[in-house]
Write a protein that binds this ligand. Structure first.
Ligand SMILES: [Zn+2]
Length: 302
């Protein structure tokens, strides 16, 4: 679903300016102050969990820890729910661990900051669907695409309980943009023919099974979008398509999409010590998050 609606980002509204400050502060907290956070930096991983839990509480939500044990240590997914009038769930997720050796500002401080900002905006609202905001632990290797991944443990418990998840949205590395020629690459050479070679857009990616959700979501985003977007429903074996928590939900039969700046296909500091808060483009990052607020509002009305 290549898009041609707009070529560059629009100026920020007063709401977007507030949102930008919030995102910047939360990325700074996670990647600047807490820093690298994973099973090798276990106190930092827990500091991130505490920060997320506290942020949900301050928003007036009642967070819950969904915990499991790994290498003899407790690991926690953190969830907060807006009760809906119907049993169906729209789940928004982002992983909060960072890869070994990286402070993880864009991957995935950006996704977590967006998750918290969205949760604050829906807290106290009446919705039809249950809106569930979940911060996942242990997305990165060596747990990546395994049954030890936080989101895999979480999704299997949802399946066992019979949770009716009608949409899972994975916020994965969403804060880097570039207007430089050839700043965008792709996992398969054919994609270059259909999609832009400038990395100034936000990507919506799904497997083939979730293509209806992908189409709906990107249509809602484009209705309000102030930043270009591109969508692709591709077989899950195409490199990159499965590379986040949506994969865990696909494994349990749930539809899911990933929102991403395409990470290694654009971001020069991917999975490195240089993935620091100063690398993000907070103006465009804020436009992505305000657009996602509209997507969630729209999905809730369906
Ligand atoms: Zn990631």
């Amino acid at each position: 679903m290549p898009g041609k609606n707009i070529s560059r980002a629009a100026p920020l509204s007063p709401e977007d300016i507030d949102l930008r400050a919030e995102l910047k502060s939360d990325v700074q907290r996670l990647a600047g102050e807490i820093g690298e956070r994973n099973m090798w930096r276990y106190p930092q991983l827990n500091a991130a969990a505490d920060f997320i839990e506290d942020s949900f509480s301050r928003a007036g939500l009642h967070p819950r820890r969904d915990s499991y044990e790994l290498r003899g240590q407790a690991c926690h997914n953190i969830e907060a729910e807006i009760p809906g009038t119907r049993p169906d769930i729209v789940l928004i997720g982002a992983h909060y661990d960072s890869v070994f050796g990286s402070p993880g500002a864009n991957d995935n401080g950006s996704g977590v900051a967006a998750l918290l900002a969205l949760a604050r905006r829906f807290a106290g609202k009446t919705t039809q669907h249950k809106l569930r905001f979940v911060a996942f632990v242990n997305e990165e290797p060596p747990y990546f695409l395994s049954d030890q991944m936080g989101s895999f443990v979480y999704a299997s418990r949802c399946k066992d309980r019979g949770d009716r998840i009608s949409a899972m949205i994975s916020l994965e590395t969403i804060g880097y943009f570039s207007d430089a020629p050839h700043s965008q690459s792709y996992p398969a050479p054919g994609l270059r023919v259909f999609y832009p070679t400038v990395g100034n857009f936000i990507g919506f990616v799904s497997n083939v099974h979730s293509r209806a959700l992908l189409r709906r979501s990107i249509a809602l985003f484009r209705k309000h979008a102030k930043i270009p977007s591109e969508g692709a429903a591709l077989p899950s074996f195409v490199p990159g398509v499965s590379w986040s928590d949506q994969w865990a939900f696909w494994q349990h039969g749930y539809p899911g999409i990933m929102i991403t700046d395409t990470a290694p296909f654009r971001y020069p500091h991917y999975h490195s010590a240089a993935d620091t808060p100063d690398k993000l483009d907070y103006d465009r990052f804020a436009l992505v998050v305000s657009g996602m607020q509209k997507v969630i509002e729209g999905l809730d009305k369906l």
